[in-house]
Design a protein around this ligand. Structure first.
Ligand code: AHG
Ligand code: MN
Ligand code: MN
Length: 289
């Protein structure tokens, strides 16, 4: 089954399939860039400036962002685009405007590009159903409004993982011979038996007392857990979905609100996790160390 058949099966209409196709087209363009990153000198210009979240921006972040904005605008199905790489919401021109708001991190884990580790694109889609409200009120909604979310992992193989509300999580793999995505499975995190916890444990001393206690349970010999941390959320979440286990990025003394961004990273991944039968939680840091 290819992506078109899947979208047809889920009755994606009113522009939703156009958006997913635009993301799909973008991913093919981004994967070509990722593939050529060490060959094309115009792409591999490391660390340039800081983005709106205060991170260093790689040339690849900028190029991937341009690709996403251009394809999503040309889908004629989006009203507002919210990108990790843009300070402000991008209001789509009237002539191209549609019914959905799309949130995205065009290239997650870009600090891993220089060492050729898996990077990804994360997205989520909500219906923009009250255009009389202010942009802030339309855009700053909670994760329960997501109708579709997914990511593309540019790894050994390029995989698209896509979840629709109430319809589970689907994995499609990019076939470079036919240049299309082919359905390669349904992802269900329940009943997995690999015991992996995924967290940047170098932050341990800066966590609050509850977080330290929680992770100490995984460290106990009898828990039989092992630890893995790639440092690209898309790769770490993908492994967690396939093998089972836990992924976590808690706040710490240096990052009191945590490091991951709620709109571009946490909400879409939480939606995917829950659709796959898992759980997603958010908590406040206490002052106790
Ligand atoms: P981005 O490259 O979009 O800024 O996001 C990187 C994020 C996420 O992918 C990953 O889980 C986390 O940063 C890694 O954090 P550490 O630097 O603590 O490993
Ligand atoms: Mn990111
Ligand atoms: Mn990013």
């Amino acid at each position: 089954m290819n992506l078109d058949t899947l979208l047809h099966q889920f009755d994606c209409n009113n522009g939703l399939s156009e958006i997913i196709n635009a993301i799909c087209k973008s991913s093919v363009e981004i994967e070509q860039l990722v593939n050529r990153v060490f060959l094309d000198k115009t792409v591999l210009i490391s660390k340039c400036i800081q983005n709106s979240s205060g991170d260093e921006q790689h040339k690849m972040d900028i190029l991937s962002n341009e690709i996403m904005i251009s394809n999503l605008t040309n889908s004629n199905s989006c009203s507002v685009l919210i990108s990790e790489e843009n300070e402000d919401a991008i209001i789509v021109d009237e002539s191209h405007s549609g019914n959905y708001i799309v949130y995205f991190d065009p290239l997650d884990g870009s600090s891993n590009i220089d060492c050729n580790c898996g990077v990804g694109t994360i997205f989520s889609i909500i219906l923009d159903n009250d255009k009389y409200k202010t942009i802030e009120n339309r855009v700053l909604t909670n994760g329960n409004n997501i109708i579709c979310a997914g990511y593309i992992l540019y790894g050994g193989s390029t995989d698209m993982v896509i979840a629709f509300k109430g319809k589970g999580v689907h994995r499609l793999s990019f076939d470079r011979n036919t240049t299309e995505y082919v359905h390669t499975g349904i992802l269900d995190i329940t009943n997995k038996n690999k015991k992996v916890y995924s967290i940047n444990e170098s932050n341990f001393e800066r966590w609050d007392i509850d977080m330290k206690h929680y992770i100490r349970q995984y460290r106990k010999q009898e828990s039989k857990y092992t630890q893995r941390w790639i440092g690209s959320m898309v790769s770490d979440i993908h492994r967690t979905l396939l093998y089972g286990g836990m992924f976590c990025y808690p706040s710490d003394e240096n990052n009191i609100h945590g490091k991951l961004r709620i709109l571009y990273e946490c909400f879409p991944m939480a939606f995917i996790m829950e659709e796959a039968g898992g759980k997603a939680i958010i908590a406040k840091m206490s002052n106790d160390r």
